[in-house]
Write a protein that binds this ligand. Structure first.
Ligand code: HEM
Length: 435
């Protein structure tokens, strides 16, 4: 999906290029206005208090005007849902705003989340058959195997471990490798490239060149399977459409799947485990009920709503003048849709939208987006979360986070919210600080 590349890297580049063209060097501007960064900031797991005020007073709000174009924030649920559903008024194609000249093929801006029909329709048509319940059922035993392997490894390394490093990242990594059909012997190398790509310590964009290297790795994996297609998504697409898809295009599709599914699922597992450790009631529901039960589904859906790790949808650009929530958005304006704001809107979530309530009646949350670009991996993500979090709750029912919330290193200004490390005691060190 490219949420990380997309919003942080590419939009960053886009803004920089546009501003340089206009003779403004944004690199000299050390601070962006608070109104623009507010939707990406949180207080622990909650939006900043300003979000509720903005949503109540102006659910569609113009934050700034840059280069003559409006930049809007949509934070109301109904308005967010309407904008996400309106594929004819908005474009996701950032390429039309950024010159592609001088970029190598690997650098061309693309990916499902940043394309419009008819290209989007064509790309998505390739992918959806790989995500049917029947295809996903193939992955279920593998997810169970990977989860149990990680739980065993944690048990061996415990009683104190970093749950992000030992569980939250390795589980979705192995699941996506299996989904794509990457040979086991190549995975360590790919894992290293993935780590470098999501290492945000280097100014928020990952280690230089890491994105190109992991994309290159996938392009080579496609080339290697062309003669003998494997069982996974790459092999499936080669068998069905090998004559229409060259290595670069198929490598790009695989990379989009990797980007879309890896960091998002890892963040949900880490922050989900954190919330569960604080909520014995939710822990009990997971422990005592089976995967497939209403109780397990309910906990996972409420985790998805409450955490909304994809805080902001891909930027939308108005193709025509359009009215939204009583505001007039002009053609060419950029629209940021706060999925977090929408999912905490009382209009959808009811009276206590900011509380985590595992018994909450199912909601129509937007954690996976809505409309044309709705997450293609949503059912896989759900399956993974249900299996992994339930198994964690059963194996370590007294799991305790050993750092107070204030000491945890939550991501700053990242389109995908997460935590860098989660120190836990597997058997509950009750004498330790819990906040
Ligand atoms: C809990 C985990 C996940 C969350 C919260 C999540 C969230 C999202 C959201 C909000 C969007 C829509 C963005 C927009 O409309 O602007 C999206 C799109 C997408 N996601 Fe996910 N996702 C998750 C897991 C996955 C997985 C496991 C995969 C694949 C293996 C995946 C692949 C994609 C792709 C390819 C798109 C682009 C779809 C399109 O533009 O048509 N995601 N995801």
């Amino acid at each position: 999906m490219g949420v990380v590349d997309g919003i942080k890297q590419r939009v960053g580049k886009w803004v920089l290029e546009r501003s340089m063209k206009d003779g403004i060097d944004l690199r000299k501007l050390r601070f962006l206005p608070d109104s623009v960064t507010m939707p990406l900031k949180r207080d622990g797991l909650d939006p900043l208090p300003e979000m509720a005020v903005v949503r109540r007073e102006e659910p569609v709000k113009k934050l700034a005007t840059m280069f003559g174009k409006g930049i809007w924030l949509v934070s109301g649920y109904d308005e967010a849902r309407a904008a996400l559903a309106d594929g004819s008024s908005y474009s996701n194609d950032i390429g039309q705003f950024v010159s592609q000249e001088g970029r190598s093929d690997e650098e061309q801006i693309g990916g499902l989340g940043m394309t419009d029909p008819p290209l989007h329709t064509a790309l998505r048509r390739y992918l959806t058959p790989e995500f049917t319940m029947r295809r996903l059922a193939r992955l279920e035993p593998e997810i169970e195997r990977v989860v149990n392997e990680r739980l065993d490894a944690m048990e061996a390394a415990g009683p104190e471990v970093d749950l992000v490093k030992e569980f939250a990242f390795p589980v979705p990594f192995q699941v996506i490798c299996e989904l794509l059909g990457l040979p086991v012997e190549d995975r360590d190398r790919f894992f290293e490239l993935g780590v470098a790509r999501f290492d945000l310590s280097q100014g928020g964009v990952g280690v230089f060149g890491a994105a190109a290297h992991s994309r290159e790795f996938l392009i080579k994996a496609v080339a290697a399977q062309r003669a003998e297609p494997g069982d996974g998504l790459i092999g499936g697409l080669l068998k069905e459409h090998g004559d229409q898809l060259d290595d670069l295009t198929l490598g790009g599709i695989a990379d989009g799947v990797f980007l879309g599914g890896y960091e998002t699922s890892a963040s949900m597992l880490a922050l989900g485990a954190y919330l569960l450790a604080e909520n014995p009631d939710a822990m009990k529901m997971l422990r005592e009920d089976e995967v497939g039960s209403a109780a397990v589904d309910r906990v996972v859906e409420e985790l998805l709503r409450h955490l909304t790790v994809v805080q902001l949808a891909f930027l939308r650009f108005a193709k025509v003048d359009v009215e939204l929530g009583g505001q007039q958005i002009k053609a060419g304006d950029a629209v940021g849709i706060s999925l977090l704001g929408a999912n905490r809107d009382p209009a959808m979530a009811g009276e206590h939208p900011d509380s985590f309530d595992p018994h909450r009646e199912p909601t129509r949350h937007l954690a996976f987006g809505h409309g044309l670009h709705r997450c293609v991996g949503a059912e896989l993500a759900r399956m993974e979360l249900r299996i992994a979090l339930r198994a964690l709750a059963r194996r370590f029912p007294d799991l305790t986070v050993t750092s107070p919330r204030a000491d945890l290193d939550f991501r700053k200004l990242s389109a995908v919210y997460g935590v860098e490390a989660l120190p836990v005691h597997l058997y509950g060190a009750h004498d330790r600080v819990r906040v």
